[in-house]
Design a protein around this ligand. Structure first.
Ligand code: HEC
Ligand code: HEC
Length: 240
């Protein structure tokens, strides 16, 4: 009787495993790679210890969360309706949403075109998983947008805005951006924290973020006008 020695047994198993992997094209999810991919979401979402709502809600414990259900975040009617209709964030629904947000929740306020590569989404979700399980081991949340990132003067954030003046100026913006915030090609700009709004418009104004139409528009606005628009668009729709 031939006796399978340990190394041979191991090699057999390894080869069998390799064959399965090759056959299915499967690979392990890479949470660290997912963390790098999360940069695309980080502009709007904080996650980790101490995470706060910013342009989007925080993404701790998103697995098992009913869509549009966190207190203190102003979701769009579309997101709330999706949650009331039974949408719960799972591996499957998050994957579909990350791939094409507008297909899963039409008229949502989330302005993101989608992460097309399935392997990227697998890794991204593996990273989000690590922010759902253990409370104690969570890494500290990183800020969404900083003036430093764009090389802007921090004093721009201290400029006071007048919401009435913002309302007056806003009519130019709503020829393109929808006042109710639905993202239908032109991104949503409502309900943002004032700081993120100011940083974004100042970045256009000073050529640190490129987009021809928005750069032209922002260049014409004074710092006070930008601050006023930020306060105005940051308010709930009913309060405007
Ligand atoms: C431009 C800003 C922006 C980007 C970029 C962005 N999001 Fe969002 N996200 C939002 C906003 C705003 C909402 C709330 C949408 C609503 O109420 O319609 C949201 C909602 C969500 C929700 C629903 C949460 C809940 O409580 O129901 C999930 C999940 C989500 N985003 C995941 C992601 C992921 C993953 C990425 C990156 C692949 C991403 N988002 C990129 C702004 C953004
Ligand atoms: C001609 C149409 C048009 C007008 C008018 C317009 N915008 Fe925009 N805006 C856009 C487009 C298109 C984008 C996306 C640009 C990009 O990809 O960087 C954008 C982007 C933005 C963003 C960044 C959105 C994001 O998700 O990062 C903000 C903030 C913004 N606009 C504010 C304003 C304000 C405030 C006004 C009025 C003073 C205004 N816009 C007027 C078309 C317009």
């Amino acid at each position: 009787m031939t006796r399978i020695t340990k190394p041979t047994g191991f090699a057999t198993i390894a080869l069998a495993l390799l064959a399965v992997l090759v056959a299915t094209g499967a690979r392990g999810a890479d949470a660290q790679r997912g963390k790098a991919l999360y940069q695309e979401c980080k502009r709007c979402h904080q996650a980790g210890r101490g995470a706060k709502h910013r342009i989007g809600p925080h993404l701790n414990d998103v697995f098992g969360r009913r869509a549009g259900s966190l207190a203190n975040f102003r979701y769009s009617p579309a997101m709330k309706k999706a949650g009331a209709g039974g949408l719960v964030w799972t591996e499957k629904t998050l994957d579909a949403f990350a791939a094409n947000p507008r297909k899963v929740v039409p008229r949502s306020r989330m302005s993101y075109a989608g992460m097309t590569a399935a392997g990227d989404r697998t890794d991204l979700l593996a990273w989000l998983r690590t922010l759902s399980a253990s409370r104690s081991g969570l890494p500290a949340a990183e800020p969404t947008m900083t003036v430093e990132e764009f090389g802007l003067d921090p004093r721009l954030l201290a400029v006071a805005g007048d919401p009435e003046y913002g309302a007056y100026l806003a009519s130019e913006c709503t020829t393109c951006h929808r006042p109710d915030g639905a993202d239908e090609g032109i991104p949503s700009i409502v309900g943002w924290p004032v700081e993120d709004f100011v940083i974004t418009l100042q970045a256009y104004k000073r050529g640190k973020r490129r987009h021809q139409a928005m750069q032209t528009i922002a260049k014409r606005l004074s710092d006070e006008e930008i601050a006023s628009l930020a306060v105005y668009f940051g308010r709930p729709l009913a309060g405007r």
